[in-house]
Each structure stands twice: as C-alpha cells, then as structure tokens.
Design a protein around this ligand. Structure first.
Ligand SMILES: [Zn+2]
Length: 364
C-alpha cells in the first residue's frame, strides 16, 4: 500500500505511487519542508472569488465592453444552457505577429480555485488591480504588449453551477464526501466511477457528479478526457489561432496525507515528445516550481508525468496526443479541500503559476 493515499479529485490513483516515491527521495536527499502557517485571510468574500457562471459571466462581459479591442471572446454554448468563454487579451495597438501566445484553461467543476485565480489575474491585467481592490504589481502593459493570452476560466459551467460550494477548504466535507460531489454516487451507494464518457442508457447514478458534462440526450463526458466536451472545443479553438508558446492546464487535487500543496505534472507522453517540446515542458515546470518555492509554497520537488493506467492513457492519448506533440504543455495542481491550503492561498498559488508561466514564455 502507498503511504500517501491521495484523493482522486483530479490526479490519477498512480499519483499516490508517484508521490510516495517522491517522498522516499525527499527523506534521503532533502530536509523536510518547514511548516508554513496558513494565511490569516482564509475565507475570501464572494466579491473576489468568482467561480460560478453567474459570477464569472457578468464580469467577463463587463471587461469585453470596457476594454473592447484589448479583450476578445470566443464562446461555446453548453447543453445545460450556459456559455463557456475563451477570453483573449492583448494590446491591440501592436501587431500579434511576434507576440508570444499562451493558453490557460481549466476543465474540472470541483476545482474552483483555477477559475477564481484566472479571473483575478484577468482583473489585474485589465484593471490594474486585484478583485479585492489591491493594486497589482504586475507589469501589465509589458505583458499585454508582448503576449496574446487566452484564458478559459471555466470549461464546464454546467457542472460548476451544480456545485454546492464556492470553494473547498476541508472544513465542511471530508475528502470522500467531496469526491462524491465531484464524481457522483452510484445506485450501490458507492462513489460513481470516473469515466471519460458514459451513457445514462447503461448507468444511472443516484447522484450526478458535478465533474460531468451532459453532451447529448444520454451521454455524459469528463471534460478533460473527451474531445466533444465544451472545454475541448474551446481549447482546440484557442490552440488553432496560431503557434502557442505554452499551454497551462490549471487543476486542483487533495494531496491527502502529504505535506505538499502544489505540483506541476508533465504530459503522460513526455518521453515520446520532440526534444524541443520536452525541454520547454521541463523548463516551464521548473520555473513554476521555483516561483512557488520562493513564495513559501510546498511544491513537490520535481515535475514528472503521472503513471496512469491503460484506459486513462487511452483517453489522454485520444484527447491530448496531437496537442502535446506540437505545443509545450504543463498541468498545474494546487491543493484542494484541505485546511492546510485555504481558498485565498489556493488562489495565490494559481496566480504564482500563471505569472511564472508568462515570465517563462517571455524570457527571451
Ligand atoms: Zn483537475
């Protein structure tokens, strides 16, 4: 058995094995990380934690109207009646040719800090201040002049709108309860399995997990694992707009019984990728890890691919194989549903990852 029984919120079961081996390395090679106290401001007010569609959509539309030219939107209607957005920002007075293109996205309805972090970063870029009103120290004009940035803050608004919580901080839900909200409950009373696609003709969960998006009368998909999800339609559209310097997918996982609270994961097929892409992935991951480390977070010491099972690999290859071969890509994981990483800290670690990714892409 693995000593580190991680929750399954985002990462695969094999993550536990990966972290156990990381932990083994740590104990030999590195002093245990210092305990860093949780920030005093643990509970963000709703006004600056924008994660549900009825919070994100008005703000995105407000930005598009106020900063017309700087902001452009691509939309995708969901079957559930929501609109998912890809929000692209750049300085329109300068030609896009020569600018670096980056895409940030998030597919999972039970990982709201990714959405809240992207919304706060967009506020800093566009308004010069964070959603809580503090002035930003971001070099926003330089970034907008040098980059074309696309954010997909919520790839599954149907699922997110069904979430009973604005954020997950470990106070109200044990991980098993949290995961039941995420993936649902079967007729047998057990947690409904995580699947790329399933049909209500064959399976009828007693409770529908918020992670799933309904895409037809009978079919439901896990957005990160099916090319027909709204999330994937938006990601593909964003990546088709021109050569992309880096795609960062923002996620959360529980790090249950681990002292870590942040991690960068490399593509499952990292070793099969062209050398240039492998290098870019690794260097981007290191840049993000260094930024977390410098800011007092507790990242895993080394980014690596997760060891997925065969059927998971099948989903990922089908969805991501062609993208990974041509676009540098990293997956960011920030701790979810734990007292050790309150929501304001979750958002800060997302912000650091976004900043480090942009710094990395604009480094030369
Ligand atoms: Zn995830």
């Amino acid at each position: 058995m693995n000593r580190f029984a991680l929750g399954l919120g985002c990462a695969a079961p094999a993550l536990a094995a990966a972290l156990a081996s990381v932990a083994a390395l740590c104990s030999a090679a590195e002093a245990p990380p210092a305990e860093s106290p949780a920030p005093a401001q643990a509970q963000p007010p709703a006004a600056w934690w924008l994660a549900k569609p009825d919070q994100t959509e008005p703000k995105i539309l407000e930005w598009a109207a106020r900063f017309a030219g700087t902001v452009s939107l691509v939309t995708a209607k969901t079957r559930g009646g929501h609109t998912a957005y890809a929000v692209t920002v750049t300085d329109p007075s300068l030609p896009d040719a020569g600018k670096k293109r980056l895409v940030f996205s998030q597919p999972h309805a039970h990982e709201p800090a990714a959405t809240a972090g992207m919304m706060d970063f967009l506020a800093q870029l566009l308004e010069g201040r964070r959603l809580d009103g503090r002035d930003t120290d971001l070099a926003r004009r330089r970034i907008l002049a040098a980059a074309v940035l696309t954010f997909i803050p919520d790839g599954n608004p149907d699922g997110r709108s069904r979430s009973p919580e604005a954020w997950w901080d470990g106070r109200r839900h044990a991980n098993e309860q949290f995961l039941e909200v995420a993936f649902g409950r079967g007729q047998d009373g057990k947690r409904f399995p995580r699947q790329g696609r399933w049909s209500s003709k064959e399976q009828q969960p007693e409770r529908l997990g918020i992670v799933y998006e309904q895409i037809s009368d009978h079919e439901y998909v896990e957005p990160n694992r099916d090319p027909d999800s709204t999330f994937f339609r938006l990601v593909r559209g964003a990546l088709e707009k021109g050569p992309c310097g880096l795609h960062v997918d923002l996620h959360q996982t529980e790090f249950e019984k681990s002292d870590r609270n942040a991690m960068v994961v490399l593509p499952f097929m990292q070793k099969e990728l062209p050398e240039k892409i492998q290098d870019a992935n690794r260097l981007a991951a290191e840049a993000i890890g260094r930024a977390w480390q410098a800011a007092g977070a507790r990242p895993t010491p080394e980014a690596r691919p997760l060891g997925y099972g065969e059927d998971q690999i099948r989903y990922f290859r089908k969805c991501w194989g062609d993208i990974y071969r041509t676009v540098p890509h990293v997956t960011v994981e920030i701790q979810n549903n734990s007292l050790a990483t309150p929501p304001a800290e979750q958002m800060r670690l997302m912000d650091l990852a976004i900043r480090a990714s942009i710094d990395f892409a604009l480094r030369d």
